[in-house]
Design a binder for this molecule. Structure first.
Ligand code: SF4
Length: 446
């Protein structure tokens, strides 16, 4: 974003921030006047219909956002996440993708450390122990290389990323044109971190929570739920942006999808939710935790209901495949770099040909497994069966073998056939339900 655009955006947000819903009609009027060729007429109309209708849930979302979040953070969100990552970055990424003949992602997920202060059931990070870390210089280099290609959105997972919070804050300061985001267990959030987040402005958190106190503590350890709630209260009192992430599995799906749970998260100040289904990755992964087809169908319907009825931006990593034309991994929209530096197509796919300590980001995007992803995406014509591991396990096995990718599991390398055999029954069971759901979906007829 250049200086003139930045100044204009600041003026606009300053103007509307004290009473956004009163002043938005004037901003929309101005946008219409500037859009002389009606090039953005549809988008402008959508914004008008959605935001100016007092009964629309997004009207409430915007109202809550401006009254509960520091305006500086909203400005940084618009500048870095919306303008740089979505609009400006998209053109750069498209050009780079064409020039280099490979996928160029919208987001990079990286693990600053494999260390974690918890040991959650079914979390692969627990297997890695604390021996792997990406240095500040490596993280910084990934961001610099990413920006050259048009990537302005960086996400941290782990391990517990906030074990490295000093380096993360330093990175946010060094790359003020990027947006940063971390999945955290919430147990390391204190006032000092909140003040740092307020100062840098371009960093948000998603708290991992598994539903109510019993479900969260069952998977994450006793007392964890209370600590997450305390962290949310602290973030809210500092007027920061945060949301939650859940892993829905056989024993908590109905709980995390319930009105009671979602309403409670909204009341605590969450602006968004990431909903992930359980994946049996790793040697000791429990297969019984995989959600049933009925539970996955329940979440498919529930997330759509929540989006239309509650002031929170809800995302479902698998069942939203229809909006992204299937799987987003392999650099199509994102990739994952683990704490040892292995560049993987996805956080759930622990196979790779390359390590970021040995190659450039661009070389990693052109590595055999990433090119196999590019060649085979989407993995299914039914966008509700997007995943090469969970929904089409034969695809992952074929790509790993064809590309010669190695298991990146640091504790115990996992043979791809063994891994895919774990998901094959669930894939078959889901196929029947998903094909029915997809047939009902208007997008399937396009
Ligand atoms: S590999 Fe599976 S889990 Fe990863 S982005 Fe693709 S569909 Fe999602």
């Amino acid at each position: 974003m250049n200086r003139l655009q930045k100044t204009t955006l600041n003026m606009l947000l300053n103007y509307i921030s004290d009473d956004p819903l009163e002043k938005l009609p004037k901003v929309i009027e101005l946008a219409e006047k500037l859009d002389r060729d009606n090039f953005h007429a549809t988008q402008i109309n959508t914004v008008r219909n959605v935001l100016l209708d007092k009964n629309n849930v997004w009207h409430t979302f915007v109202e809550n956002l401006f009254s509960e979040v520091d305006t500086k953070l909203i400005k940084k969100l618009v500048e870095c996440f919306i303008f740089n990552a979505h609009f400006e970055g998209r053109i750069q990424r498209q050009e780079a993708s064409k020039k280099y003949g490979c996928n160029v992602p919208w987001a990079i997920l990286m693990d600053p450390t494999s260390a974690c202060n918890l040991s959650c059931i079914g979390c692969w990070a627990a297997q890695y122990g604390s021996r792997h870390n990406l240095s500040y210089e490596t993280l910084d280099s990934i961001c610099r290389q990413g920006k050259e290609l048009g990537v302005y959105f960086y996400i941290f997972s782990g391990g517990e990323p906030l074990v490295r919070r000093k380096d993360i804050i330093r990175l946010c300061e060094a790359h003020q044109d990027c947006y940063f985001f971390a999945f955290t267990n919430g147990t390391l959030v204190d006032d000092e971190l909140c003040e740092d987040m307020l100062r840098v402005g371009n960093f948000a958190l998603a708290f991992s929570i598994e539903g109510n106190e019993e479900a969260t503590d069952m998977r994450r350890g006793k007392g964890t739920y209370r600590k997450v709630i305390e962290a949310m209260d602290r973030m809210k009192s500092h007027r920061l942006i945060f949301g939650y992430s859940t892993c829905y599995h056989r024993y908590n799906t109905e709980s995390v999808g319930s009105d009671e749970f979602v309403d409670d998260m909204i009341a605590r100040g969450c602006r968004f939710s990431w909903n992930f289904t359980y994946m049996p990755v790793g040697r000791d992964a429990r297969i019984d935790l995989i959600a049933t087809p009925e539970q996955r169908a329940y979440m498919y319907r529930r997330i759509r209901e929540i989006r239309n009825t509650k002031p929170i931006f809800a995302m479902d990593f698998w069942n939203d495949g229809e909006y992204a034309n299937g799987c987003i991994a392999g650099g199509k929209h994102y990739l994952h770099i683990n704490a040892a530096g292995d560049v993987e197509p996805c956080a759930f796919i622990h196979y790779s040909n390359v390590n970021i300590h040995d190659v450039t980001l661009l070389d990693a995007l052109r590595s055999p497994l990433f090119m196999a992803y590019r060649k085979n995406q989407p993995f299914n014509s039914n966008m509700l069966r997007p995943c090469p591991l969970l929904d089409n396990p034969e695809m992952l096995a074929a790509m790993v073998k064809e590309s010669g990718a190695k298991s990146t599991d640091m504790e115990a390398p996992e043979d791809v056939d063994v891994l895919c055999a774990k998901t094959a029954p669930a894939a078959k069971a889901w196929a029947e339900v998903a094909d029915r759901l997809w047939a009902e979906n208007p997008k399937s007829r396009k």
